[in-house]
Design a protein around this ligand. Sequence first.
Ligand code: SAM
Length: 270
Amino acid sequence: MADSNSNSIVAEGYRQAAISVQKLDNETFIQTNVCPKDGDIILDLGCGTGELSSYLAELVGPGGKVIGVDPDNERIQLAKETHKQVKNLSFLEGSSLTFPRIGLEPCDIIFSNYALHFMKKKQQVFNNLFTCLKPGGKIAFQCISQLPPFERNAYVLLNPENADRILGMYHCEGKTKIEQYCLSAGFEITRSVQTECVELVFEYVEELLKWHWSTTHGVFDPSLVTEERLQKYLAPYTDENGKPCLDFRGMKHEMPVCQLLAIKKASERA
Ligand SMILES: C[S@@+](CC[C@H](N)C(=O)[O-])C[C@H]1O[C@@H](n2cnc3c(N)ncnc32)[C@H](O)[C@@H]1O
């Protein structure tokens, strides 16, 4: 991957991965559980390249507003460029710990999709969320509660040089712990379930490697993946004819996902 360490190329790689692998499942979560209304103000925390922020903006209509926040400046720049036609959508560089200070008006919904497991200091995050919501407002999250073995093994076996750095990005916690943070912040939980990860299917090895590269902000380096490393990594996923199977749907039970919805009760004024 000679030139491809440029951060904007990594961001574009992530945008494509987010569309091809995750978008459909996540839109279903939004329709079924998040249920935005006309005129809502929504913060999308950890918005990445903003594909779902744009979908939310469509759902809240011209009277509503969506603000996507992410610490990855390149993803934010790409989100601004890609969705510049969407009038009720804006993007800001920021994070779970800085967003209360970025001058947002109080939100009806704070949405966060597959980003909470990257956030440290979760109690502080939930306390921040509480202060940013209108009374009666809600939070709606999906996050992984443990790193699936097929991902962990990819980092450790295919990129041992970068594994510690990549694993250090994750701060996964289980459903019970997340519920505790949420309750301690003052929320009332309306839905908390453990479900399974989105369906990850790749057609080629290159596509899988590109996915790891782009989702780790370019830290996973496909050029370090030798044939020998690849064979070792793919051994458990190879069929009886020796053909690697890049359909990880069979491993769904190894990818627990928390879906959490909670409200700030109307009587609880910040
Ligand atoms: C797996 S991506 C999900 C992006 C988007 N929500 C989606 O569903 O396509 C996780 C995002 O969380 C962001 N992130 C990491 N740490 C964060 C933090 N402390 N606060 C907010 N976002 C964070 C990353 O930069 C990344 O874009």
